[in-house]
Ligand binder design. Structure first.
Ligand code: APR
Length: 258
């Protein structure tokens, strides 16, 4: 990697090892190296892709569309979003290790893939919900995600109600308890690392508006908050976290020796 990248990663490692309360604010760019598409990347982003069943992905992922055309939404959701074969990638594992070593306090993710939890992270706030939470709209019964994944058309509960995936759609607000937890985390945070997110969505903006500490942005492309960042690292998530993890393991060895 080039000199500027190395210098920035040295600075990032210094910030992480000196911070008191670090929070990772993540987005779809954390999971693309696990085979999941993101939304706004130029070519591969779902929102920049062709139409699906005659509608844009953004339109399909709205509360209004789910109520009007549930069958189309479930077909799109199953083929484009719900990938049960996806596995955590190096960045997920690096973050779980950082939490275990006391170098990361929590993760706020906009992703619903639960890959952070599967990598071993314990304190994770699913700001936009989680594909593994599926409940019947009529009786409230919880259902296994495979009931939604491996069925044709609309998944129904035994009571006849529609089984609703636990993700936040456009036109809906995140769970107030989750928001409260995120606000509390960010209020205590002195280092916030935004990784793999364009920071374009209002729930992200509202949360980060309150943040007054050191902001680091790790992202392939420009984001909506670049002008507020104290450090920006452009590059692939796997490369960035591999270089950071290497530095943090060295730091841990060196301080263990002292
Ligand atoms: N390495 C580094 N950056 C990456 C990688 C990668 N391998 N893959 C993608 N990215 C970056 C892209 O450059 C992009 O800017 O991740 C960012 C992902 O941004 P979005 O696609 O906008 O995803 P996100 O910010 O998570 O979207 C937030 O919008 O549609 C809603 O609810 C949906 O949770 C989603 C929210």
């Amino acid at each position: 990697m080039n000199e500027e990248f190395e210098r920035k990663l040295d600075e990032l490692a210094r910030l992480v090892t000196h911070a008191k309360h670090t929070v990772l604010f993540g987005g779809a760019g954390m999971s693309t190296e696990s085979g999941l598409a993101d939304f706004r990347s130029a070519v591969s982003g779902l929102y920049n892709n062709k139409e699906f069943y005659g509608y844009s992905a953004e339109r399909i992922l709205s509360r209004e569309f789910f109520e009007e055309h549930p069958e189309i939404m479930f077909n799109f959701y199953r083929t484009e979003l719900l990938n049960l074969d996806a596995r955590p990638n190096l960045a997920h594992f690096a973050l779980a290790w950082m939490e275990e070593k006391g170098m990361l306090s929590s993760i706020i993710t906009q992703n619903g893939d639960a890959l952070h939890q599967r990598a071993g992270s314990r304190k994770v706030f699913d700001l936009h919900g989680n594909v593994y939470k599926n409940t019947c709209l009529k009786c409230g019964k919880s259902h296994d995600v495979r009931r939604v994944k491996y069925c044709e058309g609309i998944p129904y509960c035994e009571c006849g109600g529609i089984i609703r995936p636990g993700i936040v759609l456009f036109g809906e607000t995140p769970d107030p308890d989750v928001i409260f937890g995120c606000v509390r985390e960010i209020a205590q945070c002195d280092l916030l690392i935004a990784a793999g997110t364009s920071l374009r969505v209002s729930s992200a903006g509202r949360l980060l508006d309150r943040f007054k500490g050191t902001l680091v942005i790790l992202n392939n492309d420009e984001t909506a908050l670049d002008d507020r960042a104290d450090l920006i690292v452009r590059g692939k998530m796997g490369e960035i976290f591999s270089a950071l993890w290497e530095r943090l393991k060295k730091y841990e060895r060196d301080t263990a020796r002292d």
